[in-house]
Ligand binder design. Sequence first.
Ligand code: C2O
Length: 543
Amino acid sequence: AAIVEHTFNVEDVIVNRLCRDRTITTVNGSLPGPTLLVQEGDTVIIHVINNSPYNMTIHWHGITQMMSAWADGPEYVTQCPVVPGNRYTYKFNVTEQEGTLWWHAHISFLRETVHGAIVIRPRAGRTYPFPKPYKEYPLIFGEWWNTNIVDASNEAQAIGVAPVDSDAYTINGQPGDLYNCSSDHTTRFRVIRGKTYLFRIVNAALNSQLFFKIADHKFTVVAVDAAYVNPYVTDVVVIAPGQTADVLLKADQKPGLYYMAARPYLSGPVVPNNSTTTAILAYKGADESSTPKMPVLPVNDTTIAFKFYSELTRLVTSRFWAGVPSKVDEDYFVTIGVGLIACENPGTCQGPFGQRLGASMNNVSLELPSKISLLEAFVQNVDGVFTTDFPKQPPVIFDYTNPNISFDPATMFTSKSTNIIKVKYNSTVQMVLQNQVTLAQESHPMHLHGVNFLVLAQGFGNYNASEDSKKFNLVNPQERNTIAVPTAGWAVIRFRAINPGVWFMHCHLEPHVPWGLATAIIVENGPTPDTSLPPPPSDFPKC
Ligand code: C2O
């Protein structure tokens, strides 16, 4: 195993997109930022130097951070921000994971432009559980604003409303030629007929799940969230913010140009940016000036999204499959949704009914501390920062998916607190995630730091324990770090708490985090030194 060491210089640069110049925050001046290329078993050392005008933290999305919670990155969960002019070195091992993950800023809306891929290949002497591709390409979906969305979202948050919609989606930082002034801002992926390519797809968009297709081509999905799946052939990939998908593509068509296109799967009532981003699959020998063939993308089709999301299964003959823990120690039923928070100074809030938008898990809208991280407060036994009696059931039981009861004040209001979950080392946690209708229904991509979970079942309507537990896949459930809980539906996840620390769990739709659609799970130390979290590194940022 090697040591992979990089310097991430966080700096502002000016780029031109959609007919205008804009200042954006980047790592090393590029959008997307550098790809981190490692082999399983490597140690990663990243020196983050913050030369931007913003507070910064970097999160290594999907890396389990076994025994290295201090390097996880979410602001005020595991660390205080790296202030402008300061630096922090993230150090962690990449173990028992292969595939594609990604890194991103985990503070305000900065991940719009501060993100990049993490490519984890098998260690020396090991191979992929599929034929070696001719070439590999990272393919990162992003979302672009003409305005400075970091400032705009802070202003929206102050008055309790949703931030403005984005202006484009992007592929590797480029919107593609269906947008104005973008014919030179279109990514071309070059292929040779007869060869097979591995596309390492990341959805770094802030607001939207995406449908992705390539005209006349099919994909074979071989991994999601850096866990191998049974090869799954499909002509459409559905990917939620936070998720990754490794897909093989055989260049088996007539040499030519083919559009690779993505547009949102809008599962809810809000119609944000509904535009289409494109790249071009360009065969060797094609007429480079011909018009590429366009695929037909689904339009808000929940059936297609659910089919893709629910048919994937874990490849259990591959490395790192640990089986399904059978005995559940901690059982949670958690409602998730967007509602309202009462305005603290009536007249100053501009959300629905003059209140502010809020979101919650079991009606707890998570409020993060601002002077210390949860992890430091836990390790140093600082009182008064958080409580650990997060409810195991929602406080109000109702028909969660009945659209006729949205806007009912009895279910719509939540309140802020720092009430989180605490579990013992090595306990098995099961969580039913139930979308609730409150303001409206949509699919929330729920992400858990610090461990992968198994998705035992998912479905529509209200979860019914006696019926739906019969549908659990206890043989080869997909393993993920981010689950798009079906709109007007539910998903059941299970994991073993074997990594001491404080682990953020949140919706990966960016506005929902400051609204409170989040919690944190404290995993206590185990009985031995090697199952206990070591102390923080000496350069750990102070508040
Ligand atoms: Cu990709 Cu907590 O995030």
